[in-house]
Structures are given as structure tokens and as C-alpha cells.
Write a protein of this length. Structure first.
Ligand SMILES: Cc1ncc(COP(=O)(O)O)c(C=O)c1O
Length: 364
């Protein structure tokens, strides 16, 4: 029987989950601090982990909140900033769950076309002149879904626009540490932190199910998010936060990141080579890290009903349209969404990548 290949999963593969080490950290945390981490409390997060993060980012603890995954904090931020009639701007394409969260909180979500080095600044500024959004949501490092990174020049311009027009910029950076080549670009907050909210988590670096994510933001934003968190979840999951703190204290995070890069880098390479070999006419931006490489099929490609046809061929794809927010006026992107294919490479072996891309090429 033909093996079904999943090009849908933006998750770490099972072999990347350090179960034994997490178990040891959990036991150590319960033995040393059980009275604190088994109790309600510390809604801003487990204090030792909060302190570590404050140190990482060079901020005070009042500018850090650790919550149940970064998506949760992102949703709370959306809840406090989206007023009736507000717009939120995202990269087009963008992280599908973020688009959904912002819509559910009542925003009109508009996509600013994403180029190989970040959003199109002219179109962004034209939209800003029309209406100032509640915030702009970006995944500037190895974007989900496109795999590209925002250039330093665009990062500087975006921070400048946020200050000039007075809107928040979320930099969502869960993949930033997973760089396989090249050098780090500055965080938006390193350029100027005034209007920047940084979100990230340990989901891609240790385990997603621990649900340990964090937000770094001005103290009043952290206070508002923390208040709403208290009213909705009462207390974050302190045992897993304490296990993460212990994992870091033992020096295991850096070691884990090294082994993740050793596992993922050849998978990215395999994806790049397979796409070049089987889809030679399709241009794409080569990611320098993260989980995703993506393609926009040329207009002449056979892209109609691609997801259904792929499924029949034993290849599971995510619908490209889910990554697309509403287009800006005069920018049509319905057809573009249909031609957009996200290819996550971390949870598939090089052999599955080669076979999956071969099947995709045969369909288009
Ligand atoms: C860009 C981006 N942001 C946030 C998340 C959610 O992360 P967490 O597990 O921290 O909620 C993901 C997960 O895939 C993601 O790709």
C-alpha cells in the first residue's frame, strides 16, 4: 500500500520530543517547589522563568508574562486591543490561526502582500493613511507559512511606521532560534520597543504540549493581559513552566536546540532539492530556518481542487486559502490562495519529502 505523506503538520516530530529529560525536570521541580507550583497563583508566570526571560530580553519582570502557550497570550492581547470596527493588518499570507483569532475578536483582518524580504511597504503605508489598525501582526523570522524573513531595512521601517502612526506591532517569533544558516537579524524590539509586543514559546524548542509561551511588552500591556488572564484561566500551568525553568537551568535547552537543528537542517535541504528537481519552473524563497518552505504555483499550473486531488494521490496538504486574510482594495488574492502551497519539512523524513514533492509535481 502506498504510504500517505503528511505535508500538513507544522509540529515537531515525535523523535524531537525530549520526554525523559522533561520527566526529570518535572520531578525536580515538584520536589523543590511543589508547594508553589501545585497551588493557584503567580498569574504572570512562574517567577524564576519570568526572571530568566526578563534577563534574556533585557527588560524588567513587569514587562514579561508567561502563559499557556503564545496563541493564548496573542488572543488575550487581541481581546484588549480590538475595538468594534477595528482592523488588524497581517502579512499576506499569514499564520492561519492568528487570522482566525483576530476575526473572532471582531476585527476586519487585512493582508499586506508579503515579498521575499517582508511586507510591501508602499501598500502598507497606503493602508495606514486610509485607516490606522489596532495592530500589525508579523512573523518576521522564518514565517509561518511562507518561510521567509523580514529584512533589517524593513524591520526598521516597520518600527518607524508603528511609532509614526501609533499602532502596535506584534512580532511573533516561535521559530527564531531554529536558524540553520545565515545570521540573526535584529528583533523589532531591539530597534525600538515602544510599540512592539514580542510573542514566543517553548513549543518548537522543547514541546508544544507543555503550553509554555510568553509575551514581552510595555508594563501596562502586560498588566492588562495578566488581568484578563486571571479572569479567564485563574492560574497558568505552573508545573510545566517550572519544568521549563529547570530544563534551562540544567543547560538542556541549548543542547536540545543543537540537536533539533541537526535533525531539521537536512530536512530543509531535502525539501529545497526536491522542489528544485521536481518543480523546476516554480520560484520560491529559500528559508534559512524554521519549519516551512512555501510555493506559489504559476497561474498556468493545474491548481484547482489541489487538496482533494492530492489526497487521492496519498498526499495531505493544507488548503492554501486558509493562510489568506481579506485582500486590500484592488489586490485580488482569492486565486493566489488557491495557488499557494505550504510545505512543512520538520515532521517528515528526507525520503518522505522526496516522494511527497514528486507526487505534488505530478498533480500540477
Ligand atoms: C507563527 C506561530 N505563532 C504561534 C504559534 C502557536 O504557538 P504556541 O504553541 O506557543 O501557542 C504557532 C504554532 O504553530 C505559530 O506557527
Amino acid at each position: 500500500m502506498t504510504e500517505t505523506i503528511l505535508f500538513t503538520r507544522g509540529v515537531p516530530p515525535v523523535e524531537a520530543l525530549p520526554a525523559v529529560q522533561i520527566g526529570q525536570c518535572m520531578v525536580a521541580a515538584l520536589e523543590s517547589d511543589g508547594g508553589v507550583i501545585l497551588q493557584y497563583g503567580n498569574i504572570g508566570g512562574y517567577p524564576p522563568l519570568r526572571r530568566m526571560l526578563a534577563e534574556d530580553f533585557g527588560v524588567s519582570e513587569r514587562e514579561v508574562v508567561v502563559g499557556n502557550g503564545s496563541l493564548h497570550l496573542q488572543d488575550l492581547f487581541a481581546a484588549i486591543t480590538i475595538e468594534p470596527g477595528a482592523t488588524v493588518l497581517v502579512e499576506q499570507p499569514s499564520y492561519d490561526r492568528a487570522i482566525k483569532t483576530f476575526r473572532r475578536r471582531g476585527a476586519k483582518v487585512l493582508g499586506i502582500p508579503l515579498e521575499d524580504d517582508g511586507v510591501n511597504l508602499e501598500l502598507l503605508e497606503a493602508e495606514l493613511r486610509r485607516k490606522v489598525p489596532a495592530f500589525l501582526y508579523l512573523v518576521p523570522d522564518f514565517q509561518n507559512p511562507a518561510g521567509i524573513s523580514t529584512s533589517e531595512a524593513k524591520r526598521r521601517a516597520l518600527v518607524g511606521l508603528a511609532e509614526e502612526y501609533g499602532f502596535w506591532v506584534i512580532e511573533d517569533i516561535p521559530y527564531r532560534t531554529l536558524r540553520y544558516r545565515g545570521t540573526d537579524l535584529p528583533l523589532l524590539r531591539e530597534i525600538s520597543p515602544k510599540r512592539v509586543v514580542t510573542l514566543s514559546s517553548y513549543s518548537k524548542l522543547i514541546s508544544p504540549a507543555l503550553r509554555v509561551g510568553y509575551m514581552i511588552a510595555p508594563a501596562e500591556v502586560v498588566a492588562n493581559v495578566t488581568r484578563l488572564a486571571e479572569e479567564t484561566i485563574l492560574s497558568p500551568v505552573l508545573p510545566t513552566q517550572a519544568a521549563v525553568a529547570e530544563f534551562r537551568r540544567r543547560g538542556w535547552l541549548d543542547a536540545n536546540v543543537v540537536s533539533l537543528k541537526q535533525l531539521y537542517q537536512p530536512r530543509l535541504q531535502a525539501m529545497v532539492e526536491a522542489v528544485k528537481r521536481h518543480l523546476p519552473g516554480v520560484s520560491f524563497a529559500e528559508p534559512e530556518g524554521g519549519f516551512f518552505l512555501s510555493l506559489t504555483l504559476p497561474p498556468e499550473a493545474h491548481s484547482a481542487n489541489l487538496v482533494e486531488r492530492a489526497q487521492q494521490a496519498g498526499l495531505i496538504l493544507t488548503e492554501g486559502k486558509t493562510f489568506f486574510a481579506d485582500p486590500l482594495e484592488r489586490q485580488s488574492s482569492a486565486a493566489e490562495g488557491e495557488r499557494f502551497v505550504r510545505l512543512p519539512f520538520c515532521a517528515v523524513t528526507p525520503e518522505q519529502i522526496e516522494e511527497g514533492v514528486r507526487r505534488l509535481a505530478a498533480l500540477v
